[in-house]
Write a protein that binds this ligand. Structure first.
Ligand SMILES: Cc1cc2nc3c(=O)[nH]c(=O)nc-3n(C[C@H](O)[C@H](O)[C@H](O)COP(=O)(O)OP(=O)(O)OC[C@H]3O[C@@H](n4cnc5c(N)ncnc54)[C@H](O)[C@@H]3O)c2cc1C
Length: 469
């Protein structure tokens, strides 16, 4: 504690908050599964203040945890419960530094909220393709640090694919600054890549330059009842071919997940006349003024009906209807919370193996708990499925979840591994998946990660206890 007091004495005025009423929401993770503690919350206003904070922490060997919007699903942004780490929120560093419409790029401070950045791009007729359910509260530095995925990965890739430049303060307080939005830059190691997906363990990201794209003139969003999960790959392939690779999103929703949502939120309506076990939200977009996307999609749907791959479907006729369809997809996690929460598995396998994975995983769960509610949905266009297990009514939720974590989750992860997949498609490692990284990480990876961590952060000051086992 003495060390922490010494750090606080060295910091610029107006940066430190010790009020525990304010601090409490920052030290509780989004899913309320972990409550950390800290003597002080630090909220720098600029990069120089971040440097001052890190220099002081380095001098007194005090660990610190960077935080963006605190929406991590892996308790990656919460300090440990022993109160020995300081928490650095980037929320005050939320300014747009440059929007270069001519070169289709934007440069912003790391604390800018994702939806604010999306709006800024839209205001000049452009689009930031990164979009995820937490976009109203997650911050771009957090998105970079988790290499976030989201609903547009099919077309635009993960956050990493959108990053042109980056600025970060290193664990000794020095600055790495390559905030140059160049499309090509092979001048030595591409070191900015190290910070993307590092979950704050190698440096505090203070600024980012990102690619923008032209804002679509036409967007078609369809909600389809799909025959079975085996058909998903065929439907995606047909959609990409028919639209000339214009598919931006291909999201699966199981009938169970949709019913869970409609049960939890009585005001929401089923978008189709008949229920199905499987649905897809498919979105295509183009900036082209000449391509007739509507025609392409109508031809696609006709072909899918004819081959009985889909049994029903609707196309959003207005921006409101489009928003309503996406509202269904985005609110499934909340419906799970309403039902007592879920044990989440963020799995990715090759898209061609996804149906087999889902089927085997469902059978596996049924073997242990035939009454478990399987809320299965996700970004299946990228081979990523959220395979979530929700407690049935009338059970003790905490006991149920503990038994799933103990008996079923390891089997699901083993299945994913045996099918050449991963235990963490987009949520990262944080504090909760260290064991899985040890067990299923690629050969030599953990060792190499430890060497990189030691080289950059020899005293282990940045986000201690996360990502690197
Ligand atoms: C409803 C909901 C939907 C979601 N959907 C998706 C989805 O579709 N795809 C997906 O990938 N994720 C999703 N997530 C998870 C989460 O929103 C993302 O991981 C997001 O990118 C985290 O951003 P954040 O600003 O909240 O980061 P935080 O939670 O604050 O931090 C995440 C990690 O990054 C580090 N960090 C944060 N800022 C910095 C910085 N400036 N410098 C260095 N390190 C930093 C933290 O230390 C921590 O390790 C979802 C979460 C919710 C709640």
């Amino acid at each position: 504690m003495q060390c922490i007091d010494s750090v606080l004495l060295d910091l610029p005025e107006g940066v430190v908050t010790k009020d525990q009423d304010i601090i409490s929401s920052y030290v509780t993770d989004f899913r309320r599964q972990y409550v950390g503690a800290t003597a002080a919350l630090l909220r720098p206003r600029n990069t120089a203040e971040v440097q001052a904070i890190i220099r002081a922490c380095a001098k007194h060997k005090v660990g610190l945890v960077p935080q963006g919007g605190n929406t991590s699903y892996c308790t990656a942004a919460t300090p440990s419960a022993d109160g020995q780490e300081l928490l650095v929120s980037l929320e005050r560093m939320n300014r747009l530094r440059e929007l270069d419409a001519e070169n289709l790029s934007v440069t912003a401070e790391a604390g800018m909220i994702l939806s604010d950045l999306q709006r800024a791009a839209a205001d000049v007729g452009l689009m930031l393709p990164l979009a995820l359910g937490s976009q109203q509260s997650c911050r771009i530095g957090g998105n970079l640090s988790t290499n976030a995925g989201g609903i547009n990965v099919v077309r635009y890739g993960m956050t990493r694919d959108l990053v042109l430049g980056l600025e970060a303060v290193l664990p000794d307080g020095s600055l790495f600054s390559e905030l140059n939005p160049l499309r090509k830059n092979n001048s030595g190691y591409d070191v900015k890549q190290l910070f993307i997906g590092a979950e704050g363990t190698l440096g505090v990201v203070t600024g980012v330059s990102l690619k923008l794209v032209r804002r679509p003139r036409q967007t078609i969003t369809a909600f389809l009842a799909v025959r079975d999960i085996v058909s998903l790959a065929t439907i995606l392939d047909a959609a990409q071919t028919q639209s000339g690779e214009a598919i931006t999103s291909f999201e699966y929703i199981s009938g169970v997940s949709l019913n869970l949502l409609l049960g939890a939120k009585g005001h929401l309506r089923h978008p189709l006349e008949q229920e199905s076990e499987h649905y897809v939200i498919l979105e295509a977009a183009t900036a082209s003024p000449v391509l007739n996307l509507e025609e392409c999609m109508s031809a696609l749907l006709a072909e899918l009906y004819e081959s009985a791959l889909i049994s029903d479907g609707t196309i959003a006729a207005s921006e409101q209807q489009r928003a309503d369809l996406w509202h269904l997809r985005e609110n499934i996690p909340e419906a799970e919370v309403h039902h007592g929460g879920s044990v989440k598995h963020d799995i990715a396998v090759r898209t061609s193996r996804l149906a087999a994975f889902i089927e085997s995983a469902c059978q596996l769960v049924r073997k242990y708990r035939s009454d478990a509610i399987l809320s299965v949905y996700g970004h299946v266009g990228d081979g990523n499925v959220h395979f979530n297990i929700v407690p049935p009514d009338g059970t003790d939720k905490a006991i149920f979840k503990r038994s799933v974590e103990q008996d079923i989750s390891p089997e699901i992860y083993r299945l994913a591994f045996e099918m050449g997949g991963t235990f963490s498609a987009e949520y990262g490692i944080g504090r909760v998946k260290l064991d899985l990284l040890q067990r299923y990480g690629a050969k030599g990876k953990v060792d190499l990660m430890k060497r990189i961590k030691t080289a950059i952060d020899p005293h282990g000051l940045l986000n201690p206890g996360k990502v690197v086992p």
